[in-house]
Design a protein around this ligand. Structure first.
Ligand code: PLP
Length: 357
């Protein structure tokens, strides 16, 4: 017997990037941070009191919420801790969108969004980005017209690295009558001289829910810790109703607090990533792989028709270098390449020189 809901039978699940067991592989395919987590995290893990695991964890992760609130200059009531950013995405669906209602995503963007929508039984409005990956002009009107309940917007954008500014976001929040889930998974890699900060918008717009994660900026993808930021009114139903009673575990909570307490160390790593990003872009462009400026820890590179992106992906893989290839419209002639260490970047550029030369 197949007991699966019929609506799920037709659904293909989210396919994560490959995680090879071989440690020698140069992994530039899933946007992990190439640098280790801070010493504060390592120290916290070493001194963790195993006996404390006998008890259930603090249900709301209040120590973490206080820490995050003080880091961002807001209140604990504006923060919800989640089991990775992905859990916050799932909670946003179950909290704000009834089955049968419509959510909107930009096309292309994070392919988990439509999967979560279908699990919740929602309709998906896909709004294509313009030719240069910019936003269509009449977005809010078209979302309202289609009775969209929630827009999932990743900023800086994945997989292009394009950043929307806060003036634009404020205007969109003003005009759109639904919730905007602003996915800031990659915000830690935005150039600091842009002074991008969307958090103050939560004071003016109660339809804004910002996603943050420790996976990328804090080098903790293996930990599974993320958080949401928003007005108390948008945080409170998630906190009090849709969340699992103990959605983050005791060990993760402690390590996440340690990570945020050493935010400077994470910022120093992000600086290194930004510097390497410039070198990577320069190197790719010299080899004829066009890129647009990226505000993220990856770049999207256009591959010439010969050899083509699919073939180049395979050739790099044969050399133990993994990058991300998307077999879909508008992306199938490109490769998304995570910014690694300088040495990894050199190896990648060296291989590309041989393969394309
Ligand atoms: C990595 C990522 C997330 C969150 O990832 P978690 O590891 O679950 O915190 C969310 N959105 C995008 C676009 C991402 O790339």
């Amino acid at each position: 017997m197949n007991f699966e809901r019929p609506s799920l039978a037709a659904l293909s699940g989210y396919v994560p990037g490959e995680q090879p067991a071989d440690a020698r592989v140069i992994k530039l395919n899933t946007n992990e941070n190439p640098y280790p987590p801070s010493d504060a995290v390592a120290e916290c893990l070493r001194s963790f009191d195993v006996d404390s695991l006998r008890r259930y964890p603090p249900p709301l992760a209040n120590e973490f919420r206080n820490q995050a609130a003080s880091l961002h200059g807001i209140k604990a009531e504006n923060i919800i801790a989640t089991n990775g950013g992905d859990e916050l995405l799932r909670l946003a669906f179950t909290t704000f969108v009834e089955p049968g209602e419509t959510i909107a995503v930009m096309e292309p963007s994070y392919s988990l969004y439509p999967v979560l929508a279908k699990i919740q039984g929602c309709k998906v409005l896909s709004v294509p980005l313009l030719e240069d990956w910019s936003m269509p002009g009449d977005l809010a009107q078209s979302l309202n017209h289609n009775r969209v309940k929630m827009l999932l917007l990743v900023n800086p954008h994945a997989p292009t690295g394009v950043l929307l500014d806060t003036d634009y976001l404020g205007k969109l929040l003003q005009e759109f009558s639904g919730v905007i889930l602003l996915d800031e998974a990659y915000v830690d890699f935005v150039d600091t001289d842009l002074h991008y900060n969307a958090i103050p918008l939560i004071n003016s717009y109660d339809n804004l829910l910002i996603l943050r994660t420790l996976s990328k900026g804090y080098s903790l993808a293996g930990l599974r810790f993320g958080y949401g930021i928003g007005a108390a009114s948008i945080i409170s139903p998630i906190l009090g109703k849709t969340r699992d009673s103990y959605n983050t575990d005791a060990l993760s909570q402690k390590l996440a607090v340690a990570a945020l307490s050493a935010a400077d160390a994470a910022r120093a790593n992000a600086d290194k990533v930004r510097r390497t990003r410039s070198r990577l872009v320069e190197g790719l462009n010299l080899l004829g792989l066009q890129t647009r400026p990226s505000q993220s820890n990856f770049v999207l590179a256009q591959v010439p028709a010969k050899p083509g992106a699919a073939r180049l992906y395979e050739q790099l893989k044969a050399r133990q270098i993994l990058v991300r290839y998307f077999d879909q419209e508008r992306l199938c002639d490109k490769l998304r390449i995570s910014v690694g260490t300088d040495a990894e970047t050199d190896s990648l550029l060296e291989s590309l020189r041989e393969l394309l030369g």
